[in-house]
Write a new protein. Structure first.
Length: 227
């Protein structure tokens, strides 16, 4: 990646903030007494998994920056996928989970892993993404981590794994045992069946993928960078 000095410094700062935030966020989450994500069970949640994924991607990206390494298209796709995954983490928490968690929602761990990390990742994606080359078909790959997680959570539900001391599912929209079930409806959370939630979230991911690539292309045209 041939970045300008401003891009280089900005990306360096963003990646550093992200990595430090993930480390602190994971430690605080693991040592907290919250009913939502605590102890060793935090690693069973998509939140922590997506945080660790984006931290690894940014750490490698940091090495690429410092070594002036030119990444290939596989790396571009990995960067896109990990960024969309952490975006999902931020959106789902802010608009779906935080309203149900009440006063415990905005603690240090949640702010770091659900706000600071996603925002840093997205901004960094656009800072360095302007020098990357994407194809529209790359967007389909963004559904892989969440889809794999949905399968993982489904297996956990079936085998009665404990994501908390009380529940064998990680998030309310992945509760196969709710009144809504797989394809039903209910008057309380989750309101619609798990399969509907999965389909809606996958469509959201694809939409975000196209949106992010559209923004990248707008930046390329503005700064006259070859697409």
């Amino acid at each position: 990646m041939e970045l300008s000095k401003k891009q280089f410094i900005t990306s360096l700062i963003l990646k550093s903030i992200l990595i430090i935030s993930v480390i602190i966020g994971v430690i605080v989450s693991a040592t907290s007494e919250s009913e939502f994500m605590s102890g060793n069970m935090i690693f069973m949640y998509f939140t922590i998994q997506s945080n660790i994924l984006i931290a690894i991607v940014c750490l490698i990206g940091l090495i690429f920056l410092l070594k002036n390494f030119k990444a290939n298209r596989i790396w571009y796709v990995i960067k896109l996928v990990s960024t969309i995954s952490i975006t999902l983490t931020g959106l789902v928490f802010t608009f779906m989970l935080a309203p149900t968690l009440g006063s415990q929602a905005w603690n240090l761990a949640n702010i770091l892993t659900h706000v600071i990390v996603p925002v840093s990742a997205v901004v960094d994606f656009f800072v360095v993404g302007i020098n990357m080359y994407f194809k529209k078909k790359d967007v389909i790959y963004v559904i892989i981590p969440p889809l794999l997680y949905a399968i993982y959570a489904g297996i956990g539900y079936k085998l009665d794994w404990k994501f908390t001391t009380e529940y064998n599912y990680p998030y309310f929209f992945l509760n196969w045992g709710s009144e809504a079930g797989a394809f039903g409806f209910s008057n309380e959370l989750p309101f619609i069946g798990v399969m509907y939630w999965i389909i809606l979230l996958l469509l959201l991911l694809i939409g975000l993928g196209f949106l992010y690539l559209k923004i990248i292309n707008v930046f390329k045209k503005k700064y006259k960078i070859e697409a």
